[in-house]
Design a protein around this ligand. Structure first.
Ligand code: OGA
Ligand code: ZN
Ligand code: ZN
Length: 420
């Protein structure tokens, strides 16, 4: 008796006081409620109740018949999936932190608590996932805030260190602009950067493109004239996402400066201050176009879309703006034309007033979101001994976000913290 008591005392001294072990129950016949173990130490923190729809759990069974682990893909037979499937009995293995379920379709599944936790349906967990792992939440800025929001990274570090690569891409997603510096002055820089992330996006103008003043230029950008604020390739349905502009040679004279505007900020202002302009610019389809030839191949691109493109929740998906590349065809009812011009003129006026100007130097790579920022440049002198030479390329968001997620998982595994 004395011995048993002393053993009990020793055990309770070694392990933390267990207030409540892992448990689970069926709720309303269709949902499963999981109550993680609560110890004295984490009561109230990691111990919140998690509720999962049974149908979703059954759909996500991890057994080899339902889930193909090497391709990380569902292989459940969906031709016979019953949305009315529901749990009949539960069993928890507290030591292994697992939940076992017996289903109405005679199947059985097991789930790890940690796996369940990371897929919690509670609003806070879902918004943390959506605003970080899915796509980092954007932060909009006025031109006057440029120096506070712009981040600068060394080209060499981005090329050699995963943390620097991650910081570059994350800042690009959040602020839409990042400067890389110290790049070598060869024409392969933008390709190497794009391939460090994934791969280059090809357009009518090739993979890499050279921006320099060219006699008889067929593209407005290839003159030394001022290039008004614009987004590149608004006439593509699938518009290139991110511009990489590598300054190899910069004009020594005045001019040749970059202009940048966060058009999400301009759209925010219109939405607040002049909602009628915002409405028109987000509802009126505009014909964007580009006609020409490159390397002997003719092209005629058209894409119809508003200046401010929104998703079903009212979030910005893309901004289109280009004076030279707006078609003379305008396929809208007559009565919409003049009001649209008034709204567009206001948008352009606000953007011009907000533009931040700076001049990249040889070795700088200006990287920015072409679906969000407007960019331009001031006119410059171009002579034989004072020229300007920029090499550009594009990357797509699908490739960038994917790289960010892979980096996050890899870096958090290395540091022992959990990614999604
Ligand atoms: C372009 C462009 C910027 C620059 O070619 O579309 O925006 O600095 N160029 O010349
Ligand atoms: Zn299964
Ligand atoms: Zn451009």
């Amino acid at each position: 008796m004395m011995l048993a008591q002393s053993i009990r005392r020793t055990i309770s001294h070694l392990s933390p006081p267990m207030c409540r072990p892992l448990s689970a129950r069926i709720v309303d016949k269709v949902n499963i409620e999981v109550q993680p173990a609560q110890t004295g130490a984490d009561a109230g923190a990691g111990g919140a109740v998690l509720t999962f729809p049974g149908v979703w759990l059954r759909d996500n069974c991890r057994c080899p018949a339902c889930y193909h682990s090497s391709s990380q893909s569902r292989q459940l037979d969906w031709n016979h999936f019953d949305p009315g499937v529901h749990p009949l009995a539960l069993h928890v293995d507290a030591a292994k932190e697992q939940l076992h379920v017996r289903w109405s379709d005679a199947h059985e599944s097991s789930f790890e608590l940690d796996w369940l936790r990371r897929r919690s349906f509670d609003g806070q967990s879902q918004s943390a996932y959506l605003n970080d792992f899915y796509r980092p939440r954007t932060s909009h800025w006025a031109g006057a805030q440029f120096e506070q929001i712009v981040q600068r990274f060394s080209y060499d570090q981005v090329m050699s260190e995963d943390e620097a690569l991650q910081h570059w891409l994350k800042a690009l997603a959040v602020y839409g602009v990042v400067l890389l510096n110290g790049a070598p002055l060869d024409e392969g820089v933008v390709r190497r950067l794009a391939e460090r992330v994934g791969f280059i996006r090809r357009t009518t103008y090739g993979e890499e493109f050279i921006v320099q003043a060219k006699p008889g230029a067929k593209n407005y950008a290839y003159l030394s004239l001022p290039l008004p604020l614009h987004t590149d390739l608004p006439y593509y349905e699938y518009k290139p996402s991110v511009n990489l502009l590598h300054c190899v040679v910069q004009t020594q004279s005045r001019g040749g400066s970059n202009l940048l505007v966060d058009a999400y900020h301009i759209a925010d202002r219109l939405r607040q201050e002049q909602p009628e302009h915002f409405e028109r610019l987000s509802r009126t389809p505009v014909d964007w176009n580009d006609i020409g030839s490159e390397d002997g191949r003719e092209f005629h691109n058209i894409w119809r879309a508003p200046v401010i493109c929104l998703d079903a929740d009212g979030n910005y998906t893309r901004i289109n703006h280009s004076v030279p590349q707006r078609d003379s065809h305008f396929n809208v009812p007559l009565g919409q034309v003049l009001p649209w011009y008034e709204s567009y003129a206001r948008f352009v006026q606000l953007a011009r007033g907000d533009a931040y100007s700076f001049k990249t130097q040889p070795g700088d790579v200006l990287t920015f979101n072409n679906l969000r920022l407007l960019h331009g440049r001031t006119g410059y002198d171009d002579t034989a001994d004072n020229s300007r030479y920029i090499v550009g390329a594009y990357l797509d968001w699908d490739i960038i976000y994917s790289r960010l997620r892979v980096l996050k998982k890899r870096l958090s595994k290395a540091s022992g913290t959990a990614a999604a």
